[in-house]
Write a new protein. Structure first.
Ligand SMILES: [Zn+2]
Length: 235
C-alpha cells in the first residue's frame, strides 16, 4: 500500500480518536455532575437538619419552661387556698394537691436540665459541622461550575472536530474510506497502528520477521497477519 494513500487516512483516524476521547470525557462529566449534585443535596439536607434540630430543641425548652411556670402558679394558688381552708378534709386534699404540684415541678426541672444539656451539645455540633458543610457546599458548587465550563468547551471542540472529519474524509480514497469506516467498528484502538519493537500495537502480536524486514526496507504499509489492521513502522 502506498504511504501517500494512507497518510490522509491516518489524519482522519487522529480526528476520530480525538472525537472519541472528547465524547468519553463528556460522558464522564455527566457522571461526575450527577455524583456532585447528589452530594450537594445530602450536604444541604444535613445542614438544614442540623439547624432545625437546634430550633426544635429550643422550642422544646421554651415549652417546658412555660409548663413549669404554669405549675408554679398552680402551686402558689394551692398554697393560698391552704391558708384559708377550715375543714380538715379540704386541708388534706389541698396538701395532696400541693405535693403533686411540687413533684411535677421537680420532675420537669430534671427534664429541663436534660434538655438544656442536649441543646448545648447540639449547638456545639452545629458550630463544629456547619463550617465544614458550608465549605464543602461552596466547593461542590465551584466544581459544578468547572464541569459546566469544561462541558461547553468540549462540545464546541466536538463541533469543530466533526467539521474537520468531514474535510478529512474528502482527502481519503473512497474504497479505503469504506474499508476504514467498516474496520473501525471492529478495532477500538485504531485501524492503522504503529509497529513498535516488531510488535503490532493494535493486537500486541509480533510481526513476522520477513514482513518486518520488508517494512523496514520499503517503509511500506502492511496488513497485520494477526489482527488485520494496517501497520506501519515509519511513514
Ligand atoms: Zn495486529
Amino acid at each position: 500500500m502506498d504511504p501517500q494513500l494512507i497518510l490522509p487516512l491516518l489524519r482522519l483516524q487522529e480526528t476520530d480518536q480525538e472525537i472519541e476521547r472528547i465524547e468519553r470525557r463528556l460522558r464522564k462529566i455527566e457522571e461526575e455532575r450527577k455524583a456532585l449534585l447528589k452530594e450537594l443535596e445530602e450536604a444541604e439536607g444535613r445542614l438544614s437538619e442540623l439547624e432545625n434540630s437546634v430550633e426544635k430543641k429550643r422550642k422544646e425548652l421554651k415549652e417546658l419552661k412555660e409548663k413549669i411556670e404554669e405549675e408554679e402558679r398552680a402551686l402558689e394558688n394551692t398554697e393560698r387556698k391552704l391558708t384559708r381552708v377550715r375543714k380538715d378534709v379540704e386541708y388534706k386534699a389541698l396538701l395532696r394537691e400541693k405535693s403533686k404540684h411540687e413533684d411535677n415541678i421537680l420532675k420537669m426541672s430534671y427534664e429541663l436540665d436534660d434538655i438544656s444539656g442536649e441543646l448545648e451539645s447540639l449547638k456545639e455540633e452545629v458550630s463544629r459541622e456547619k463550617p465544614k458543610l458550608e465549605r464543602r457546599i461552596k466547593d461542590i458548587k465551584e466544581e459544578l461550575d468547572d464541569l459546566d465550563y469544561e462541558e461547553k468547551a468540549g462540545k464546541r471542540k466536538l463541533e469543530d472536530l466533526v467539521k474537520q472529519r468531514e474535510e478529512r474524509c474528502k482527502s481519503v480514497e473512497q474504497s479505503l474510506l469504506n474499508f476504514y469506516e467498516e474496520a473501525r467498528k471492529r478495532f477500538e484502538n485504531g485501524v492503522i497502528v504503529k509497529v513498535e519493537e516488531e510488535v503490532c500495537t493494535g493486537c500486541g502480536m509480533k510481526v513476522p520477521d520477513v514482513l518486518f524486514s520488508k517494512m523496514l526496507k520499503d517503509k511500506s504499509i502492511e496488513v497485520c497477519p494477526s489482527c488485520g489492521r494496517y501497520i506501519y513502522y515509519k511513514l
